[in-house]
Ligand binder design. Structure first.
Ligand code: UGA
Length: 471
């Protein structure tokens, strides 16, 4: 099928490349000429496994890039809208890009087409998109659908091709059948039999179920999913704080609750709070949507409050390990908002670094992928190190802020030699406290007792709350 994807951001680019891999003819439309030129030259603007392969496989053939919205819409049976929906100052989703695309699409609809929301949008957006298209002189029949995307950064391509489920929010059978046809290679399993299929990740259930709902339900499914996942993280972070106070081990607690199949073990990793371009923005937007609908969703406020508090707790932990902060030299591992990506948007690592800089610390940081993007935010306030060991060199303590797999496999003998003091404050629980103590470190983590070569330091497990400007 001929498909247009409007917007070549994270979701648009990955969706376009994956639709092409499913056998469709895709035109990705963007008005950013520099980005289009780079894509046409074969550059890959984001750090994402398998994306370079897919672009290489389909570029110039099943996958084309263009700035001509009208031509792309005119030629396509389905138009996926994947433009940004950034937050306004009040925390609502700014839908002006969606509206302007809807206006642009209207005049080019010359026969039956479906317009599909792929970006995360508030409930009722599909109604608005329909109204805007009608107002702007549409010449053919159309339906508006919602087909939310659940991909995660870092595993975007495999998440798209091996989803837990495909949600098709369509208000007419005609529209639902177009979307069914687009996803047929996944839902009938034929894609997975192809020898050149992108390899199956662990835990994939194939073929994935395709769930047909109304457009409004699909819009809500996306916001509710992200809010629920963020709630799971804040919940376990709150439990971790209690573990620290009473000397329990959050890992054991997670194992105990996560084996209840009604709860499940995933997304129960405590840390320094969630970040990224989705959860923080979507929670605020969902809270605004609820408010507009007359419901005060205070649970979401609490999820956000716990998330902020988690960073403040971490700063208190650094303080309780080092006493005063002014002039302290810190080695930091991790800048990205999570492992496996170069994205630093709303990264708790960056927010913590900014707080520590304000407290007068000197920071040397290392991230396997995010230096360039971190530089744009942090400027020269932080030294970007050549390696994890270089970041640790001469530091008063080492802070672990992103859960990169390669950090889990560091040589701690070498690390001890590099550090001025063998102190590790781990915001991602990457190491075993007993092993760290046996290797000569004083080790602090989240929701577990601090450990040191002298034994468990019970006083250090519950850093006292104190008035701090650090968030
Ligand atoms: C999230 C959702 O997981 C996707 O399903 C969704 O499609 C996407 O948002 C979106 O709306 O576009 P993403 O932002 O890429 O995906 O990242 P996640 O893997 O969900 O992680 C979000 C944050 O939570 C990260 O900062 C991560 O470190 C943190 N996290 C995650 C935890 O602190 N603990 C966990 O157990 C899991």
């Amino acid at each position: 099928m001929q498909i247009a994807v409007i917007g070549s951001g994270y979701v648009g680019l990955v969706a376009g490349a994956c639709f092409a891999d499913l056998g469709h003819d895709v035109i990705v439309v963007d008005n950013d000429q520099k980005k289009l030129a780079a894509l046409n030259r074969g550059e890959v603007p984001i750090h994402e496994n398998f994306l370079p392969e897919l672009l290489q496989r389909h570029r110039g053939n099943k996958l084309r890039f263009s700035d001509d919205l009208k031509a792309a819409v005119g030629a396509s049976a389905a138009i996926f809208v994947a433009v940004g929906t950034p937050p306004t100052e009040q925390g609502e989703a700014d839908l002006s890009y969606v509206e302007s695309v809807a206006r642009g699409i209207a005049g080019a609809i010359n026969a039956y087409k479906i317009v599909v929301e792929k970006s995360t949008v508030p409930v009722y957006t599909s109604d608005w998109v329909r109204k805007i298209i009608l107002r702007n002189g549409v010449a053919g029949e159309f339906d508006v659908a919602s087909n939310p995307e659940f991909l995660r950064e870092g595993t975007a391509v495999t998440d798209f091709l091996y989803p837990d489920r495909i949600v098709v929010g369509a208000d007419t059978e005609r529209c639902a059948s177009v979307l069914r046809e687009i996803y047929a290679p996944l839902s009938d399993g034929s894609y997975y039999k192809r020898p050149d299929a992108i390899p199956q990740p662990d835990r994939a259930q194939i073929p994935p179920p395709l769930i047909v709902t109304s457009a409004k339900s699909a819009e809500l499914i996306k916001h509710a999913s992200n809010a629920y996942l963020a709630m799971k993280i804040s919940f376990i972070n709150a439990v971790a704080s209690i573990c620290e106070s009473v000397g329990a081990n959050v890992q054991q607690v997670c194992q105990g609750i996560g084996t209840d199949t009604r709860i499940g073990p995933r997304f129960l990793n405590p840390g320094i709070g969630y970040g990224g371009s989705c959860f923080p923005k979507d929670l605020m937007a969902f809270r605004s949507v609820a408010r507009e609908c007359g419901y005060d969703f205070r649970l979401l406020e609490e999820v956000m409050r716990i998330n902020e508090e988690q960073r403040a707790r971490f700063i208190r932990k650094v303080r309780s390990a080092l006493w005063t902060l002014r002039g302290k030299k810190l080695g930091v591992l991790g800048l990205a908002f999570k492992g496996g990506t170069d994205d630093v948007r709303e990264s708790p690592a960056i927010l913590l670094i900014q707080s520590l800089l304000q407290e007068g610390c000197e920071i040397s940081a290392y991230d396997p992928a995010a230096h360039e993007r971190a530089r744009e935010v942090l400027g020269s306030s932080v030294r970007l190190a050549e390696s994890a060991y270089d970041a640790a060199r001469g530091a008063d303590a080492l802070l672990i802020l992103t859960e990169w797999e390669e950090f889990a496999a560091l040589d701690f003998e070498r690390m001890r030699v590099e550090l001025k003091y063998p102190i590790v404050i781990d915001g991602r629980n990457l190491y075993d406290p007993a092993v760290m103590a046996a290797s000569g470190f004083t080790y602090y983590s989240v929701g577990r007792a601090a450990s040191s070569p002298e034994g468990v330091d019970a006083a250090a497990v519950a850093p006292p709350a104190r008035k701090s400007t650090a968030q």
